[in-house]
Design a protein around this ligand. Structure first.
Ligand code: ADP
Ligand code: MG
Length: 697
């Protein structure tokens, strides 16, 4: 039997089949429950009435109360506008309409008092209010002073009277019926501990807030609850896995010691050592490791990954490293070869473009234990790739794999699951990590190798180009190498490619004495490799490219990164690109070439880059600018589709919710205690709904 909340939306008074179809299509609202969870995204403060003299252009929407002194219509026909001179005891302000003057004129009467709602703005340093709402001042003003919810709506819905106010009317209709049906979903002790508003009251206040305080309490309650159930799922998964899944025990450190004593190319940082210890603890614990390795660009994740592989290989197991793109896989392969060669280990690469004959051979070798390390792309998780004994699976995510794909790698072994280490290419904000990787343990490399000089980042414009060329010349003359990166996106691919080629040609003309390489995604793999190699071997001094060099490339002698049209890149990408320099002992530079007039958002991005080298700080700014969905790509957005909480702003609430879930599970992992009955019932309901959904689609 369907519950009240699963009732189809068309059965709500005032909806009917046509509006229901629109609500389905435009807002994904199918049921009573969906509508109730269609929360306002902001509230207009109609609790106050301001004296006109106190208005200024930085205020949001405000209410004023007064009378019309006189009005005039200026301009002709299409350009005409209505100006109403509106006053109260404190002063006067102009109300302006560019359309619909006739309709307003009908309403205006100098004898009446009015309530006006609008956003003060400036025109030629004079304050005015464009297109305000204007209504006769009501008798019962107390009724009117309130916080007005603003709901997301669409043009199509608005044309059917389902604008924000229309939706609010529906909420009112629904709420009366819904309140008696709303069950508490959180346990009593938690409600008391955080002094949470109860569920029915929270729904009432979120849709019809009495005042700012009760609204804030309702928001906290609903956000807390949303985070609570996500964290419950993740932490429960983590604990169950820990209890259920055995892991191979890797004890022998012989191979590892050989590498440490004889081939380690540099002293490890304290953070690298700590993280390696954490990984080793997992890998010999008898439980399957599920760990996230986070570290800023250049913090040295590769060597940590490799040393972890050695522990597996030294214990008769194999290791796999999966990367999101071919280029990245190839780069990992090249980097790892430096380490494997002196140890005489077998390493291979398997990607989508591996030839069939080679592929078959690799598959045989994997099954017969002739390969110690396999690097690759998605090709690794195809079902016909089998291992003799996969001991460690490392996933280099770069935000692109989904939880489901990760799971596939685990299933590669018949018997015991491989240990899993997930690396992210760029830092991700804590709140996102707790959500997307909330089921994993976390290791953090929070220290860069010593001797690195912080990269100097500069903003420059076209008019500075000559000086830029001079600077590049100086750097190259003193033995350094330079990257010049151009944007290339699919939508403007042809034009972008032309800019890249033009740039390449003009640099060739400016620097006839230097050698240039060029690399972009449209080139054949072999050609790319050839050009890249010439740069790595210092045969060329300037590498002109698109973002294909974004990840992995490691040329410590390169000290200058010039990014053309830097305003077109996202923050994460800029930070990744900058991470290509500053890898050696020399001072490095990142030069952001921008057009002169930047949008506000671009300005924030560029200023952030200039201000800080800290990847975690940059990631936080990025999250606030773009929102979690865009930041992480669509594949994982399911987990990030929050109804009310905001991962950019509600980190504290998330933290609190995660802590309380942890405590709860420590005491009652199977949720059998009586005090956790509410949770149990709610999860049952949720699961039921998921099943219903899958039947519909
Ligand atoms: P990322 O974390 O971005 O993947 P890499 O693993 O590519 O970083 O390391 C960046 C560079 O720093 C590489 O050239 C690597 O050899 C070097 N490196 C890593 N760890 C150290 C260290 N402890 N001391 C000196 N150089 C290091
Ligand atoms: Mg790396």
């Amino acid at each position: 039997m369907a519950s009240f909340f699963e009732t189809k939306i068309e059965f709500l008074k005032g909806v009917g089949p046509q509006k229901a179809a629109l609500l389905n299509k435009e807002l994904n609202i199918f049921s009573f429950g969906d509508l109730l969870q269609h929360f306002p995204f902001r509230y207009e403060d109609r609790t106050k009435i301001y004296p006109i003299a106190r208005l200024n252009a930085s205020m949001p929407f405000v209410q004023i109360r007064g009378r019309v002194r006189h009005f005039e219509i200026t301009g002709h026909r299409h350009h005409s506008r209505l100006i109403v001179y509106f006053y109260d005891e404190s002063g006067e302000v102009e109300l302006t309409w560019f359309q619909g003057a006739r309709w307003i004129l009908k309403k205006i009467d100098k004898l009446h008092e009015y309530l006006v709602f609008g956003k003060p703005a400036l025109y030629m340093s004079k304050l005015y209010i464009p297109h305000p709402e204007l209504e006769e001042f009501p008798r019962d003003i107390e009724q009117l002073l309130h916080l007005q919810p603003v709901y997301p709506s669409t043009e199509k819905l608005k044309s059917r009277y389902l604008d924000s106010r229309g939706i609010s009317r529906l909420q009112k209709e629904l709420l009366i019926k819904a309140l008696p049906n709303l069950r508490e979903t959180l346990p009593e002790n938690i409600i008391e501990q955080y002094n949470l508003m109860r569920k029915p009251e929270a729904y009432r206040q979120i849709h019809f807030p009495e005042n700012q305080q009760s609204l804030a309490k309702a928001q906290f309650r609903l956000k807390y609850e949303e985070f609570f159930f996500i964290q419950l799922r993740l932490l429960k998964l983590k604990l169950t896995r820990f209890e259920k899944f055995r892991g191979q025990v890797f004890n022998s450190t012989r191979l590892l010691n050989t590498f440490y004593k004889e081939h380690l190319p540099f002293e490890l940082t304290g953070a690298q050592k700590r993280v390696i210890r954490e990984i080793f603890e997992d890998m010999k614990s008898g439980h399957q490791m599920n760990r996230l390795l986070q570290g800023d660009v250049g913090s040295g994740k590769t060597i940590v990954a490799f040393i972890s592989m050695l522990l597996a290989i030294g214990n008769e197991a194999q290791a796999a490293l999966m990367a999101p793109t071919e280029i990245l896989a190839e780069q990992h392969y090249r980097n790892l070869q430096k380490y494997t060669r002196p140890l005489d280990l077998n390493i291979s690469i398997l990607t989508g473009s591996t030839k069939k004959s080679v592929k078959n051979e690799i598959r045989d070798q994997l099954e017969n234990n002739k390969i110690d390390i396999i690097v690759g792309t998605h090709a690794l998780i195809e079902s016909d790739v089998k291992f003799n004994n996969l001991g460690l699976a490392i996933v280099d995510e770069q935000h692109r794999f989904g939880v489901a794909q990760r799971a596939k790698l685990w299933k590669k072994n018949q018997g015991v699951l491989p240990h899993v280490l997930v690396m992210t290419a760029t830092p991700i904000p804590r709140t996102l990590a707790m959500t997307l990787y909330g089921d994993l343990d976390v290791s953090l490399i929070d220290e860069l190798p010593s001797g690195r000089k912080p990269i100097i980042t500069l903003l420059r414009f076209d008019r500075n180009r000559l000086r830029l060329f001079g600077f590049m010349k100086d750097q190259i003359k003193s033995g350094r190498q330079v990257y010049v990166v151009y944007p290339l996106i699919e939508e403007s691919e042809k034009l972008d490619l032309k800019h890249l080629m033009d740039g390449y040609e003009s640099l060739s003309r400016v620097f006839p004495e230097f050698q240039l390489s060029i690399v972009h995604g449209k080139m054949k793999s072999a050609d790319k490799e050839f050009e890249m190699k010439r740069f790595i071997e210092r045969k060329t001094q300037i590498l002109v490219s698109t973002t294909v060099i974004e990840v992995g490339v490691d040329v410590p002698n390169a000290t200058v990164m010039v990014i053309e049209n830097a305003e077109r890149f996202g923050l994460a990408q800029l930070h990744q690109l900058r991470g290509r320099v500053g890898r050696g002992a020399e001072q490095s530079y990142c030069i952001l070439m921008c057009k002169e007039n930047l949008s506000n958002e671009a300005k924030i991005r560029i200023e952030t880059m200039v201000r800080t080298n800290n990847g975690f700080e940059i990631a936080d700014t990025d999250l606030n600018l773009r929102g979690p969905g865009d930041l992480m790509g669509t594949q994982q957005s399911g987990l990030l589709d929050l109804l009310i909480a905001d991962l950019g702003k509600d980190g504290k609430i998330l933290q609190v919710a995660r802590e309380s879930v942890k405590k709860l599970l420590e005491e009652d992992i199977n949720l059998t205690l009586d005090k956790n009955r509410n949770i149990r019932d709610h999860i049952k309901n949720l699961n039921k709904r998921i099943i219903n959904w899958s039947r519909i689609s």
